[in-house]
Design a protein around this ligand. Sequence first.
Ligand SMILES: Nc1nc2c(ncn2[C@@H]2O[C@H](COP(=O)(O)OP(=O)(O)O[C@H]3O[C@H](CO)[C@@H](O)[C@H](O)[C@@H]3O)[C@@H](O)[C@H]2O)c(=O)[nH]1
Length: 522
Amino acid sequence: MLKAVILIGGPSKGTRFRPLSLDVPKPLFPVAGLPVVQHHIDACYRLGQQRNSIPEDDCKSNVSKYCVAEVLLLGYYGDDELADFLLTATQSYPSLRIRYLREPDALGTAGGLYHFRDTILAPLSNNDGSESKQVQAFFVMNGDVCADFPLNEMLDMHFNNNSPQSQHQQKQPVLITVMATETTRQQSVHYGCMVVDKETNIIQHYVEKPSTFVSNTVNCGVYLCSPRLFDTIADIHLEMSNSNGNGIQQHTSSNKNNINQQQQQKPTEERVASAMVMWMEQDVLRRLAGESGSGCSSGGDGGSRIKKDAVCGGVALAATTRNWWSQLKTAGAAIYANRHYLALRQQRQRLLQRKSIDLPLPSPVKCRLATADPNGGYSTIGNVYVHPSAQVHPTALLGPNVSVGEGACIDQGVRIKESIVLQDAVIGQHSLVMHSIIGRRAKVGAWCRVEGSAACSDPNPNVAYAKMTPQLPLFNALDGRLNPSITILGCGVNVESEVVLLNSIVLPYKTLTRSYKNEIIL
Ligand SMILES: Nc1nc2c(ncn2[C@@H]2O[C@H](COP(=O)(O)OP(=O)(O)O[C@H]3O[C@H](CO)[C@@H](O)[C@H](O)[C@@H]3O)[C@@H](O)[C@H]2O)c(=O)[nH]1
């Protein structure tokens, strides 16, 4: 049985995503018609369906070898902020158990995992009440990445690690398999960089966001972890506790198990007190890198707070993919992800049709792509998603790469391309919307032009396999204006008729009565 943990962070995260993250938590921002993290859940759901062709209802009870049975969202948002989403997701994927684990505070990308280790490793009960199998492995996925997740490939590498190792090296268990991709030298320094042995796929060296070039193989923020990884994290926790001088006794390998047991037996309140900020990248991966029997070298980035002198008991592998992958840090990146998720869905639908496979899909995944209606409905170009409750006038033309959210209203003669129109937004007659995101309940009057550019600081939607390119400053130093970017209308913005809005960001609830170019309207 597998589980998946999605790291969704909390309200202090997602600042570059403003103003879109002001009224909806970034992990729930809709891309190609689904909240960002639902694409992760969808990938986990499909894994079970594809690998084992298990009927949807049997997935949990069968506890098949590679079936994800539970998805845990891990973050520090208030419970209320996720309640509606959890309800909808649970209804959409009845075979998956989906829960939210709230960290007492921001514990970092590994601190929260360690804090909730018992829950993550807990077996699930079968429908008949009997305990199911143990957790064989669990995925950890950064909630702010978008991708054609290669979960099958990661499983194959993790469990069938048959790659040859050098004569001097003993085969060691795989503790973690990291999804990796190739970038340019320039891009690489914005990510976790890994030096990987091409024969064995073992990560030999790891540096998080290095100041100079290390490698163009980068960490995609998606991991497949063995339960034993928690032993390594326990070591790190202990070392950090010691170096913080909080009185926990010095760790030796002989007392490691005792300490783990003591930690497990502690009442919840005490464990909350011992919760500690730890990072998967700087603390865990960096320590594991080089654990291929050649000993742990000290590395050169100087950024880790942990010495790499302990035996980690296993190796870290890199599963390098050529699949599409990108981060969702800025609003511009949402336009890019929208394009790729729409294309991916189209590709999957075609494949299923060709193979005449009737895969049981959860309700929101069905019937998502709009097509031109020959009986006088609206026209589309390329991939377009329109929520069934949205109203689109028959004379409107949408696409390519457009998503229209629930209850949105698109009036006659409207043209929209490369854009996301959110829930209950209204686009008035004969207006043009291009490279833009129209916020929830925003209103664009008649004969308006709302246009952004496929900016150079965001992944260019026209470039395949584009990653985040180095950021341009928000403002041009010469004239103080906003550098070209997509146009964003915040929630409840009202644009009066005949206004032209170019490369601008409008904060929520503003009313625009005149035209703007390259400005942030506060
Ligand atoms: N639960 C929880 N989640 C967190 C916390 N801090 C961050 N996260 C979540 O963890 C993910 C990554 O966190 P960032 O701190 O934003 O890291 P990053 O700059 O995106 O870099 C990471 O991802 C890159 C790939 O996208 C990697 O290349 C890089 O090495 C690193 O893993 C995000 O989804 C974020 O919401 C925390 O305290 N608690």
